[in-house]
Design a protein. Structure first.
Length: 315
């Protein structure tokens, strides 16, 4: 993949979405931010499939953020244009991804176990069958939840806590709070500064004005970071605020802070031309997040399954 391939790949993904129904719509700017950055070696960690006349009909990546906790994670992503499916392109790309992912593990962290991961929505049965045939196993289920921004809950006050918008002078403090909040979550890692900015607050969809921080004694103890996809809004006619990261530091739990920041973020979004809110939750989340989100009016709209291949340490 080259940076100037991104517009064609955005068109490929748009065509695929009509069949795959993932609910994801991404612009050229969004995809450029995800693929063209310090974490991705496009020369070695990506492949595209082109016809004889140069039309791009498939792609695959094998991206491994540098930090990890339990296992070194290599994330395998790709898609084939609907008009070119059924010809073995997807199988060939997956075979390359598994081989490259194994190489990345050997090159970068052979001393640790690794996990090669592909996610597929339940609306993609052909992909599911392909992953099963390749020997990957279902590891986790993630629910994509949504609610309209009507009939919103009343604001919640927590004694000794101030709810404020995200500000850039607190970006690194929020990163450290996130690292503390997610020590027990599946697949989480200590995000370093580069990974944090590339994957989260540096994304083109990030909306600091719709994000909410909870401060106690002047320090960040909880947060809800919001993102808006203008590409999705253009397709669906509705602007959704998406809560990409929600967390509470361990020492501040049990005070209702998660609910407080989410409710405040819902109210702020409704005041700023958003019509819906969305988020994703791990069905095995240890903090009871699913019940919290359901109590706030969120319901599951799609399910995404994480398929994995485990790799043992090499030394």
């Amino acid at each position: 993949m080259r940076p100037d391939d991104v517009p064609a790949l955005a068109e490929l993904l748009s065509a695929a979405e009509a069949v795959d129904d993932t609910g994801v719509h991404e612009s050229v700017e969004d995809l450029t931010g995800w693929w063209v950055n310090e974490l991705v070696d496009l020369e070695r960690d990506s492949q595209v499939v082109a016809t004889a006349d140069g039309e791009l009909v498939g792609y695959a990546t094998a991206i491994a953020p540098p930090t990890f906790r339990d296992a070194y994670g290599v994330h395998l992503e790709g898609r084939v244009h609907p008009g070119w499916r059924g010809r073995g392109i997807g199988r060939a790309l997956l075979a390359w991804q598994l081989e490259r992912g194994t190489q990345v593990h050997a090159e970068r962290h052979p001393e640790a176990p690794a996990r090669l991961t592909v996610t597929a929505y339940t609306s993609m049965p052909d992909v599911t069958a392909m992953l099963r045939r390749a020997g990957l196993v279902e590891a986790r289920w993630f629910f994509h939840m949504a609610r309209p921004l009507t009939d919103l809950p009343e604001p919640r006050e927590v004694e000794g806590v101030q709810l404020v918008p995200f500000s850039w002078d607190r970006d690194d403090e929020v990163r450290r709070a996130h690292n503390a909040a997610f020590t027990e979550h599946y697949g989480s890692s200590e995000r370093d500064t580069t990974s944090w900015q590339v994957m989260f607050t540096g994304q083109s969809q990030f909306r600091p004005d719709l994000s909410v921080l909870a401060l106690s004694d002047g320090a960040v103890v909880a947060y809800a970071l919001s993102y808006v996809s203008e590409a999705s809004a253009a397709v669906t006619g509705e602007r959704e605020t998406y809560f990409g990261q929600i967390g509470v530091v361990p020492e501040a739990r049990g005070r209702g802070l998660a609910k407080a920041v989410i409710v405040q973020a819902l109210l702020v979004a409704a005041e700023n031309d958003c019509q819906t809110a969305g988020l994703q939750v791990d069905s095995g989340n240890v903090s009871g997040a699913l019940g919290l989100y359901e109590s706030l009016g969120f319901s599951t709209s799609r399910t995404e399954v994480s398929w994995s291949r485990h790799l043992d340490p090499l030394r």
